[in-house]
Design a protein around this ligand. Structure first.
Ligand SMILES: Cc1cc2nc3c(=O)[nH]c(=O)nc-3n(C[C@H](O)[C@H](O)[C@H](O)COP(=O)(O)O)c2cc1C
Length: 191
């Protein structure tokens, strides 16, 4: 009988003040029995260390296209193929803009472009950044391509403003990724 492999989640973490909450998210995913491959952007690494995510996911964290290329590998393409779901949490305004426009200048952008797995974004940003017509246009573009959204929630933000922009609670992100996984499984069993 074929051995069932655990669901493979690629978790992108970007440069938001909410990035520290990605630690809880990664831990929650591992506790669900999911295989978690974390990608940390350069600015994400200013807020949370690769070591933290690596210790919680029990795997190396992907931070650069070039480190992996030195070993003769194109790890971003492997990640893109392996992923059952790609989730970006927190997702910055800049990351949404890059994703909407297909920019692949870093490992996260390359995976987002190369993967056909369901994509979940948990945005986190200042209220005005979220409400800006540019961000909302990027959200529409990504939604039209099938992206799913969790949050942002409303409340007092780190910058002191009150309004939408908080990263959704970890439990809500886990639930959305779980739903996206169900969709992937259904697709894999259907002829
Ligand atoms: C202290 C601090 C907090 C920030 N928090 C956010 C944030 O919550 N959301 C956001 O979109 N950008 C935030 N930024 C700006 C991003 O870090 C910046 O746009 C960066 O280029 C994002 O890069 P990345 O998407 O590659 O991680 C913050 C910047 C600083 C200095």
């Amino acid at each position: 009988m074929a051995e069932r492999r655990p669901p493979c989640i690629v978790l992108g973490v970007t440069g938001s003040i909410a990035a520290f909450r990605a630690a809880d998210l990664a831990s929650g995913m591992v506790q669900k029995g999911w295989e978690v491959h974390a990608i940390l952007t350069g600015d994400g690494a200013r807020f949370i260390t690769p070591l933290t995510l690596s210790a919680l996911t029990h795997r190396p964290v992907h931070t650069s296209l070039w480190e992996e290329a030195e070993g003769g590998r194109m790890g971003h393409l492997d990640l893109a193929r392996m992923a059952d779901v790609v989730v970006v949490a927190p997702a910055t305004a800049d990351c949404l803009a890059r994703a909407a426009h297909g920019m692949a200048g870093d490992v996260l952008g390359a995976v987002l472009l190369a993967s056909r797995a369901p994509l979940v974004f948990a945005p986190a940003m200042n209220t005005q950044m979220w409400r800006h017509a540019a961000t909302q246009a990027n959200v529409r573009i990504l939604t039209q391509r099938g992206a799913r959204w969790v949050g942002p929630g409303e409340g007092r933000l780190a910058c002191g403003e009150v309004g939408p922009g908080r990263m959704a609670p970890v439990a809500e992100i886990l639930a959305e990724v779980g739903k996206a996984l169900t969709k992937t499984k259904a697709k894999k069993v259907s002829p």
